[in-house]
Structure formats: structure tokens, C-alpha cells
Design a protein around this ligand. Structure first.
Ligand SMILES: Cc1cc2nc3c(=O)[nH]c(=O)nc-3n(C[C@H](O)[C@H](O)[C@H](O)COP(=O)(O)O)c2cc1C
Length: 169
């Protein structure tokens, strides 16, 4: 699978085989996140890796749409330091999910809406904030499946030059 195919075929997937992510795959996921560029090269992103059932169940309580999180073999907590830009976390997160997909691993971002809850559960220092949780696992049936939602078409997605410019490509 080349980079373009990995990007356009990745679908967020919430059901996984129970087996743990291999050490080699785990390392590649973390490495893909680490290599994302950041604003002013400040490198403000850190990862917390959760594999223990109690840890996953606890952080699931801090999100409003995290039902599938406890049953996921790996949960990566993407942590932002200081007042870093959300874009930095997004780059690292998407790198990890696309690289994992190319390695045959499914994933889904999960919002952690309750900061105080996450801070307590994870023992975060004051300068650290959870940007996102991401679940990972080997997909059931051997391939990643999303919910089948369609993206908006390019006519709606792209405008040329100005907001009131021509639409599409
Ligand atoms: C910022 C963000 C937050 C999300 N939060 C959740 C979440 O809390 N729980 C969940 O199950 N999916 C979550 N998702 C996944 C979206 O529902 C998913 O990207 C969207 O439905 C498209 O899915 P598809 O890849 O199957 O087309 C989130 C996605 C993004 C980008």
C-alpha cells in the first residue's frame, strides 16, 4: 500500500481482535507520531500508551463517546505541552493512524472531553493536556472497516482563490 492509498482508504474502526499490538508495530506507531513536524519545531507532543484494562476503563470515563475504548488492545493518549497548537497534535495523530493502517492496524480517534477527569486518571502535570485518545487494534476480519459515511465531494471541499471563487477542481 503506498502513502496515497493508505490515506484515502483509512477508515476509523472501533472493533478489533483482542490480541495485543506487537512490539515492532507499537514502535512504528510511536515513531510515526514522533516524526511529525511541529510549530517552531517546539516538539510539544508526548504519548501515553495504555494497555492495562483498568487504565483503559478509567480513561474511558473521561470521554463522552468512548464506549469502545476499554475493549481496544492499545490506547494512545496524545498529550500537548504548554499552549502548543492543536494542529501539532493532529499531525502526530494522523501520522500514527495512517502508518498503522499501512501496517494492517485499525484505529479511531476518541475525544476526551473532561480535562479534570483525565488529569487525575493519568496523573498529568499542570502544563500537560490531553489532545486526543486514539484506539488501535488488528481489525476483525482482517481489514479495517468504517461506518461507511461518505465525504463531501470536491466541489464542496475546494474553492479557488477566494471564498466566493469557483468551487471544485
Ligand atoms: C476530532 C475527532 C474526534 C473524534 N471523536 C470520536 C469519539 O469520541 N468517539 C468515536 O467513536 N469516534 C470519534 N471520532 C471518529 C469520527 O466519528 C470519524 O472520524 C468519522 O465518523 C469518519 O469516520 P470514517 O473514517 O468511518 O469515515 C472522532 C474523529 C475526530 C477527527
Amino acid at each position: 500500500m503506498d502513502a496515497y492509498e493508505a490515506i484515502v482508504s483509512k477508515r476509523d474502526t472501533r472493533e478489533y481482535e483482542p490480541q495485543p499490538i506487537s512490539a515492532e508495530h507499537l514502535r512504528r506507531i510511536a515513531q510515526a507520531g514522533r516524526m511529525a513536524g511541529s510549530s517552531k519545531d517546539e516538539q510539544p507532543i508526548r504519548l501515553l500508551l495504555l494497555t492495562e484494562p483498568d487504565d483503559k476503563a478509567a480513561i474511558a470515563q473521561c470521554g463522552d463517546f468512548a464506549e469502545h475504548l476499554p475493549g481496544s488492545p492499545l490506547v494512545v493518549i496524545v498529550v500537548r505541552l504548554g499552549d502548543s497548537r492543536p494542529f501539532d497534535a493532529g499531525r502526530a495523530a494522523q501520522n500514527m493512524m495512517v502508518a498503522a493502517h499501512a501496517d494492517g492496524i485499525a484505529s479511531c480517534p476518541v475525544g476526551i472531553q473532561h480535562d479534570d477527569c483525565a488529569r487525575e486518571v493519568l496523573g498529568l502535570p499542570s502544563e500537560a493536556t490531553v489532545a486526543m485518545a486514539i484506539t488501535f487494534g488488528y481489525p476483525t476480519g482482517g481489514r479495517a472497516q468504517g461506518r461507511g459515511s461518505r465525504r463531501i465531494d470536491l466541489e464542496s471541499f475546494v474553492r479557488l482563490g477566494r471564498w466566493d471563487g469557483p468551487a471544485g477542481l
